[in-house]
Design a protein around this ligand. Structure first.
Ligand code: XIL
Length: 365
C-alpha cells in the first residue's frame, strides 16, 4: 500500500512536470509563428526523440542548407529534390509554415553557376540562369512552401549593394528580377528579403529603399527578414529595435529568421559573413565540455528575455521568430567563425532538454 502511494506520487510528480512545460509554439500562439532551421540529419528523422521535439515545439521550419542553390541545382539543369522534398513533406504533415531559404545569394552556389557568372557571361545569360533557377524551384514547391527568402544578404555594411556575381553580371535590377520571377512562379507565395546586422542603420535604410523600389516597379514584397545572429552584449537592443520600427513603418511584415545568441568571445565584431573563418585559439573557447557556468546561463536567459520582450511588443507586425537550429549540439556557431568551438546559442541543450531561457521567455507572457 505504502509502496503504491509512493509510486503514485512519483507518477503525479512526473506528470505535473511535463504539464508545467509549455511548448514554444503553444506559448506564443496568437503572437507569432515559432520556427527552427532543420539540418539534413533532422530532415532524415534519424533521431525519433528529436523529431518529436521538433514537431511538438515548432510550427514553422526553414531549411538550414538543403534548399540553397548548391544543393538544389548541383549541375546545370539537373535538380536534386530529394532532401528538400522530405523537408517540405515533414512541414506539411505537421501543418507547419514552411519557409524556403534561399533563392538568390552569393554564397553556397553550385560551382558551375559560380564559374559561369564569373566568366564571360552576358547580362542576358545571367538573367536566364537566375530565371530558370528561381522559376523551377518555386514552381516545384508551389502551394507547399509558404514563403521564400528571395534574396539573401545583398547589402554591405555601408549601405551599398554587395558586389556579388549577380550585381556584377546583371546590375542593380537583379533584385527586382528575382522578386518578379518568384512571384510569377507562385503568385500565392510570400516573398521576403533577408539580411544580417540589420541593426546597422545604413543597412536598414537600404532595405527600406528596396521595399520602395519593388513597390514602385509594381512588385510585391511581404516581409523583411532580420537574421538576428547576435551575442550577449552586441548589438545594443535599442539599435536593433530602431530598425524594427523602421521596417514596420515601411508597411511590411517583420520576421526574425535566424535567431541565435552566441555566448563565446567575439572573434570579430560583425556577425554573419559566411566567407570568413578565423583560426582556433583556446581563449576563444572557454567552456569546451558542454557545461555553461550558471552566471553565463543567466546572462543568456536575460538576453533572450529582452529580445522576446521586444518581439512581443512588435507582435502585431512580427509574423515569425525562427531559431537557427534546435539544440546547441548542432548550431553552426560551433564552427563559425572559428572551427571546433562549443557554443550555447539555442533553446535546447546538447541532450535536447529545454534550457532555462525557455521558461524565462515563456513567462513574459
Ligand atoms: C549557414 C548554415 O547554418 C551552415 O550549416 C552552412 O555551412 C553555412 O550557412 N546566414 C544565412 C544562412 O542566411 O544560410 C547561413 O547558414 C548562416 C548565415
Amino acid at each position: 500500500m505504502e509502496k503504491a502511494a509512493v509510486l503514485l506520487s512519483a507518477v503525479v510528480a512526473a506528470m505535473s512536470l511535463t504539464a508545467e512545460e509549455t511548448a514554444l509554439k503553444t506559448a506564443f500562439d496568437g503572437k507569432f509563428w515559432v520556427g527552427a532551421a532543420l539540418n539534413e540529419r533532422q530532415i532524415m528523422g534519424r533521431n525519433p526523440e528529436e523529431r518529436k521535439l521538433i514537431a511538438d515545439q515548432f510550427n514553422s521550419i526553414t531549411a538550414e542548407n538543403c534548399m540553397k542553390p548548391g544543393s538544389l541545382q548541383p549541375r546545370e539543369g539537373e535538380f536534386n529534390w530529394r532532401m528538400a522534398d522530405r523537408f517540405v513533406d515533414f512541414g506539411v504533415e505537421n501543418k507547419m509554415k514552411v519557409i524556403g531559404h534561399c533563392l538568390v545569394w552569393h554564397s553556397q552556389l553550385p560551382r558551375w553557376m559560380n564559374e559561369k557568372l564569373k566568366g564571360q557571361c552576358t547580362r542576358d545569360e545571367a538573367v536566364d540562369i537566375m530565371k530558370r533557377h528561381v522559376q523551377t524551384v518555386v514552381g516545384h514547391f508551389k502551394g507547399r512552401v509558404k514563403g521564400w527568402d528571395v534574396v539573401n544578404e545583398a547589402i554591405e555594411e555601408n549601405g551599398s549593394l554587395r558586389r556579388t556575381v549577380w550585381l556584377n553580371t546583371i546590375g542593380e535590377d537583379y533584385l527586382l528580377l528575382a522578386f518578379r520571377f518568384a512571384h510569377d512562379a507562385d503568385p500565392e507565395a510570400e516573398l521576403y528579403y533577408n539580411e544580417y546586422n540589420t541593426e546597422n542603420p545604413r543597412k536598414a535604410d537600404r532595405m527600406v529603399k528596396l521595399v520602395k523600389d519593388l513597390r514602385a516597379a509594381g512588385l510585391r514584397i511581404d516581409a523583411l527578414g532580420m537574421q538576428t545572429h547576435v551575442r550577449l552584449d552586441h548589438p545594443r537592443l535599442g539599435a536593433y529595435a530602431a530598425s524594427m520600427r523602421k521596417f514596420a513603418e515601411a508597411g511590411v511584415k517583420l520576421m526574425v529568421t535566424e535567431l541565435d545568441v552566441s555566448v563565446l568571445p567575439a572573434a570579430w565584431r560583425m556577425s554573419a559573413d559566411v566567407s570568413r573563418n578565423i583560426a582556433y585559439d583556446a581563449k576563444l573557447n572557454p567552456w569546451p565540455d558542454g557545461k555553461l557556468p550558471e552566471s553565463v546561463q543567466k546572462r543568456l536567459s536575460d538576453r533572450y528575455a529582452e529580445l522576446f520582450r521586444l518581439f512581443l511588443e512588435y507582435s502585431s507586425s512580427l509574423d515569425r521568430v525562427t531559431f537557427w537550429g534546435v539544440s546547441d549540439r548542432d548550431s553552426w556557431l560551433n564552427n563559425f567563425p572559428v572551427r571546433g568551438r562549443t557554443d550555447y546559442p539555442l533553446p535546447f541543450d546538447r541532450s535536447l532538454h529545454p534550457k532555462p531561457l525557455v521558461k524565462t521567455i515563456e513567462e513574459l507572457l
